[in-house]
Design a protein around this ligand. Sequence first.
Ligand SMILES: Cc1ncc(COP(=O)(O)O)c(C=O)c1O
Length: 340
Amino acid sequence: MAVISRDELRARISKVPRVSLGHLPTPLEFCERLTEEVGGPKIYMKRDDCTGLAFGGNKTRQLEFTIAQGLVRGADVLIGGAGSQSNHSRQLAAAAAKLGVDCALVLVKDHKSGSTQGNLLLDDLLGADFELINVETQELLDDAKQALIEKFEREGRKPFVVMQAANRPFGAMGYALCMAEMMDQFDAIGETPTTVVVCSGSCTQPGLIFGKTVLGLDVRVVGVRPILWSYDLKDAFLGVLRRMAEILDVDVAFDESMIENVDRYVGEQGYGYCSPEGNDAIRLLARTEGILLEPIYTGKTLAGLIDMVNRGEIGKDETVVMVHTGGTPALFAYTEELLS
Ligand SMILES: Cc1ncc(COP(=O)(O)O)c(C=O)c1O
């Protein structure tokens, strides 16, 4: 049972501060040759690699809301930080350029930061100031972010850290809207998706789950985790979902059973490294559909989708949609691992 209609969801979210950054709606495409090759469910691709903003990706929809939280507080410099090939950082740099504010990034000095390819090259072209920090993981960048905040405040500036836990429910609003957008598109072609597959560890899947729940949709949303956090992912997702319900004043209860997120496709070497299955999936989609994925998020996600079909966890008679969350500039930082 729907708690609210699609129009009502849009109306409530329209009251939340937002800046316009994306090329929306993104296309929904049937992957006929991939479907044949996989020999199972009908596979559609929601092309969120086409959201615009410096080669697109899922961060565009999130940043429309998370940056707005900074701007309403008078921010004039946006702070970000993650791995050296971070797509969030690249899209944040692009958004800051478009909005005429500064962008300062702290990036992990990792196995890809020696190369000036892919996202790092784009961060530079987009005018972001970035510093490489010697820490093990992106979860340990808080001190570096705090140092930046203090430096800017001493200069009389107004810094705002965009990627912070309190901001995730706002980022997820973009994906609640994406769920409504996708359903409009499926309605228009007379199809009903049974499963959505998406790469997510923070905002994208909670947004889709929120959308499907409040709209009362009978669709499964399976998340594929790109990274193993030190904290409990379901707890974090629940926090996002409950806060969204509060902000939008929607009376729904969320519990752990509503969250399905698998961690088995991260690969042996972990976050930031390729997996052989993910790289095969990149080649398969490129050669059947002419659509590019990348090795850290979306390649592993398509590999997971195919594996779930082979295991019988996704039925052969289903209609599946994979949300292509972008990240393709990273391809150019992984040429050695990807060249056949
Ligand atoms: C290409 C790509 N896909 C998926 C994700 C996961 O997004 P989130 O954790 O915000 O749901 C990211 C970001 O980390 C990404 O860059």
